[in-house]
Ligand binder design. Structure first.
Ligand code: ADP
Ligand code: MG
Length: 707
């Protein structure tokens, strides 16, 4: 069973041949190789691991006479007529019949010799989607897959399910199947299995070669539903290996960062921290204390800290960040605090300035929108080390910014920064052998197993407790048709001295359109409830104007604030206890949760109205239902993960370095505990296997992580 006799180069033993270029495969010459490259297929191994994304059932034939519109089916028919039809668009038409009815095959793209192939009397086996043709009675298939077979009644060519691969122009399914078969032959001898056999057996998972073979060539009795759902044991086995490889690669990134570089030891003196805690109007929650302790321990070590602090909206992450910054300052180093939006960065700046200035710590402000003179001043203060803390947007890691002695970088990523930006920031303050400690804060709670996989390059701390005295937010979903009622409700609340937000959402990313929509809403509300003082804040306003409006709102002068989603992060007005979110069905659950977190910050009972546009899709209804039922960010994250998968939760993390071939973090979540166990074991016992796994599954992305 070597299968090698027909290939142009015989496969070497030991699976070594997998790194050979695709051109060693039969029928792959320059042009096809170029096209395969577009699919990322450069080596035999790439082809072997280029897996089907779905399957088709071609195991039984459908009589032409019984074809339904929209049905994907395998049919056989004898050619009755084939011709090139001129018409609006030139096309090759071929009529076949099997005695129960006739079917027209239509090809808009065809080879000159194709007409000869369809010689009258020949029998074709076709697979495609049946659609009504010119007359509703006569079905047709556009660009079906077909082959010429010997007779009408022989059993179907494919005994098992047919794989369908991700393809590209000029590389069709037949080619990909043929190449996969050859790659399997190359792998047959001694494809190294990198997972321990006893672990696989215990879980009913096949060895690697068997898994690949079953995925490329499902056995005749395999279930289409199971394969399409991605839960066939062969797929689970591959997913396990892939998740393991990614996990290991992140752990290696972390290991390298820590092994190569030293960070300044920031033990602090406790002098500023003590005074800061004294002046705070509240005491830290247990969770804040615990996380603060973890951060302090990391910073006191020469191993660079890489810690992610997760905490629901309002859990008090800013205080923890301020404490870390003070610790750096006490140790004679600078701290940089970076936020993803102008508004959030401004809020952090105000917080830090109000907290730290009284302690004699100068805080600098860096934003892309600073006037030139002010900007020069700030740059100088940072470079000379007069400003000990710098707060800003991504403007902080532009080239011109040089720090005097940067010891700590704090990134409030919410859910916006990805691993890429972090890599860029890390380089600030990094010298040949030193780098700052890093603290990343996120308000997107991620279930622990997922966090341990997706953030395996970080240590994770969780603030799992809200400060006392918060009253839960009541959330209702109301259709657009009841808008007037909602407006009346706001007027009533405002007359009782409460304050409210009205959030306008738009799918368009454009600030311009968002601003216009918000302006229209502002005008509508001013007219409908003239007794209420209404103001507007949106992303296109000058920072000073925005700040002025926010200050009037915070001071109670403005009762109703119309805003775009810019207020998602940053705004903290405890007296605001009512929020209306328009078209909530357009936003992600995490974002809605963030928005809603702007109310419920004081002691008054708060409510949130989700003013949706009817009718809702099923998915939208379920998602709004989740928000109505719980205000627990972790629970919302868990459900969002279930409804929409991890892409939404992980943001940019999911792209680039996080492209899975087989695995799906939502579906395969139950494999993650095994991933942990296996990772520990391999890291302890078998580094060559670790390297081989990363090379096999992560390859290039891993190299990216090295820059
Ligand atoms: P987030 O985690 O969403 O960034 P913040 O740090 O903005 O939360 O804190 C939300 C609000 O809670 C702020 O007004 C903050 O001053 C307040 N806060 C933080 N910690 C406590 C605490 N331990 N007790 C009472 N209030 C607190
Ligand atoms: Mg915050």
């Amino acid at each position: 069973m070597s299968g090698s006799s027909a290939s142009s180069t015989p496969p070497p033993a030991g699976g070594q041949g997998l790194s050979q270029p695709v051109t060693v495969l039969r029928g792959v010459a320059g042009r096809l190789a170029g096209k395969l490259e577009k699919l990322g297929l450069r080596t035999v191994g790439d082809v072997l691991f280029h897996l089907p994304h779905r399957y088709e059932d071609r195991t039984h034939r459908v009589p032409i006479g019984s074809l339904q519109s929209g049905q994907h089916a395998l049919v056989r028919g004898r050619v009755e007529l084939a011709e090139v039809a001129q018409g609006r668009r030139k096309r090759l038409m071929c009529r076949v019949s099997d005695g129960t009815g006739s079917l027209t095959l239509v090809f808009f793209h065809y080879f000159p010799n194709q007409l000869q192939q369809f010689r009258q009397g020949r029998v074709l086996e076709c697979y495609g989607e049946a659609r009504p043709g010119v007359s509703a009675l006569q079905m047709q298939m556009v660009h079906p897959e077909y082959s010429i077979v010997s007779d009408l009644d022989a059993p179907p060519e494919q005994p098992g399910l047919t794989p369908v691969y991700p393809a590209t122009e000029g590389v069709n399914q037949t080619t990909l199947r043929r190449l996969a078969d050859q790659a399997l032959n190359w792998a047959r001898e001694g494809l190294g299995d990198l997972l321990p056999a006893e672990l696989l057996e215990g879980r009913g998972l096949p060895d690697l070669f068997t898994a690949l073979q079953q995925v490329h060539h499902p056995a005749p009795d395999s279930s289409l539903a199971q394969l399409d759902a991605g839960v066939h044991p062969a797929q689970r086995r591959l997913a396990l290996e892939e998740l393991l490889a990614h996990h290991l690669s992140l752990r290696q990134v972390r290991h390298r960062l820590r092994a190569d570089r030293r960070a300044p030891v920031l033990r602090g003196t406790g002098r500023l921290v003590g005074r800061f805690l004294e002046q705070l109007p509240f005491s830290l929650t247990n969770a804040q204390q615990r996380v603060e302790g973890e951060v302090a321990r990391d910073m006191a070590s020469a191993e660079p800290m890489l810690r992610l602090v997760q905490g629901d909206v309002g859990s008090g992450k800013t205080v923890v960040a301020a404490l870390a910054a003070l610790r750096a300052v006490e140790s004679g180093q600078q701290a940089a605090v970076m936020a993803p939006t102008e508004l959030l960065a401004e809020q952090h700046y105000r917080n830090f300035r109000d907290w730290l200035q009284p302690l004699g710590v100068d805080v600098a402000w860096m934003s892309g929108k600073l006037p030139a003179a002010r900007r020069r001043e700030m740059l100088q203060a940072i470079a000379e080390g007069r400003a000990l803390v710098a707060v800003g947007t991504h403007a902080l890691f532009q080239e011109q910014v040089t720090f005097h002695r940067l010891g700590l970088v704090i990134v409030d990523e919410q859910h916006r920064f990805g691993v890429h930006q972090r890599m860029a920031l890390k380089e600030k303050g990094q010298t040949a052998d030193a780098q700052p400690h890093q603290l990343i804060m996120t308000a997107t709670p991620i279930p622990r197993t997922l966090a341990m996989t997706a953030y395996a390059d970080l240590d994770v701390s969780i603030i799992d407790e809200l400060p006392p005295g918060r009253t839960p937010i009541r959330t209702v979903a109301v259709p657009d048709s009841r808008r007037e009622e909602v407006v009346a409700g706001i007027a009533a609340a405002c007359s009782e001295g409460r304050q409210a937000y009205w959030v306008c959402t738009l799918i368009e990313e454009s600030d311009q359109l968002q601003a216009e929509a918000a302006e229209a809403t502002e005008a509508m509300l001013k007219e409908a409830i003239p007794e209420v003082s209404v103001a507007l804040v949106h992303g296109r306003m000058k920072p000073a104007d925005k700040e002025a409006v926010m200050a009037r709102f915070a001071g109670g002068e403005v009762q109703l604030l119309v805003a775009t989603t810019v207020i998602e992060v940053g705004v903290d007005v405890p007296n605001a206890s009512l929020m209306v979110i328009e078209n909530p069905e357009r936003l992600g659950l995490a974002q809605l949760h963030q928005l809603r977190g702007r109310v419920g910050r004081g002691t008054a009972a708060s409510s949130c109205v989700l003013l949706y546009r009817a009718p809702l899709t099923d998915m939208a209804r379920r998602r709004l239902g989740v928000l109505r039922e719980t205000t627990d960010g972790f629970e919302i994250a868990r459900q969002d993960l279930e409804l929409r998968g991890p892409g939404e939760l992980l943001g940019t993390r999911q792209t680039g370095a996080w492209q899975f071939r087989v695995a799906d973090l939502t579906r395969d979540g139950s494999l993650l505990p095994d991933v942990q166990v296996l990772a520990e074991r391999l890291l302890q016992e078998d580094m060559p296997r670790v390297d081989a796994l990363i090379e096999r599954w992560v390859g290039e992305a891993q190299r990216y992580g090295r820059v």
